[in-house]
Design a protein around this ligand. Structure first.
Ligand code: DGI
Ligand code: FE
Ligand code: FE
Ligand code: FE
Length: 184
């Protein structure tokens, strides 16, 4: 599927505000890919699809995740986490994406994980630093992310962990593993 076709198919599945976020993530991901010598086209495709499942009803997301047996065990955590593995499945089954690297970038964009590939790091950070994000501290995350991919992930994952602990949210093992892995 061409990038333009993916874009218009994703647009049909998302409210306008969420689709605008997706386009900003796509531009940011392409920019980071160029900066760090990664393939901008793969970054764009992964970014366009990263939130493709975001507007699906909770019960549909649950069914989708259960269809692969919940290997990452996300269903025991907040339903905000479910759209990431569900999105990877939709990208594969409905958009015909066969590139495992792209599928994993979608799958792990919310939690991150230990040992992320460059593409996974690009999507994880682009999602946090896209120009529409305006939470306190985002400017420091932008600076770190443009210096190095691993530094960007380290800054973003530390920020996430504090944010989640601050509201007493359950921390997924991949979120924790991403943070610990970022320390060395
Ligand atoms: O889909 P987006 O809003 O663009 O961003 P996202 O998919 O990165 O994150 C969605 C939400 O998931 C965000 O509010 C942070 C939250 N989140 C990330 N890791 C964890 C988490 N929530 C819980 N409870 N536990 C986690 O480990
Ligand atoms: Fe997301
Ligand atoms: Fe994210
Ligand atoms: Fe997103």
């Amino acid at each position: 599927m061409e990038a333009e076709t993916i874009k218009s198919e994703v647009e049909k599945r998302l409210p306008a505000g969420r689709f605008a976020h997706v386009l900003r993530v796509a531009n940011t991901a392409e920019e980071l890919a160029r900066l760090f010598g990664e393939d901008p086209a793969r970054a764009r495709t992964a970014a366009l699809l990263h939130d493709v499942a975001k507007a699906m009803p909770k019960e549909e997301l649950r069914e989708m995740v259960l269809s692969e047996g919940d290997p990452q065990k996300v269903l025991g955590f907040h339903h905000e986490l479910w759209h990431a593995p569900a999105g990877a499945l939709i990208a594969e089954r409905e958009f015909g994406i066969a590139d495992r690297g792209i599928l994993n970038a979608i799958r792990f964009h919310t939690t991150g994980r230990a040992g992320m590939s460059a593409l996974e790091q690009i999507i994880y950070t682009a999602d946090m630093i896209e120009p529409g994000r305006d939470f306190p501290g985002v400017e420091a995350l932008r600076e770190e992310s443009r210096k190095s991919l691993s530094g960007g992930v380290a800054a973003c994952t530390a920020h996430n962990l504090c944010y989640l602990a601050g509201k007493r949210a359950g921390i997924h093992p991949d979120t924790l593993a991403c943070y610990n892995d970022s320390l060395h």
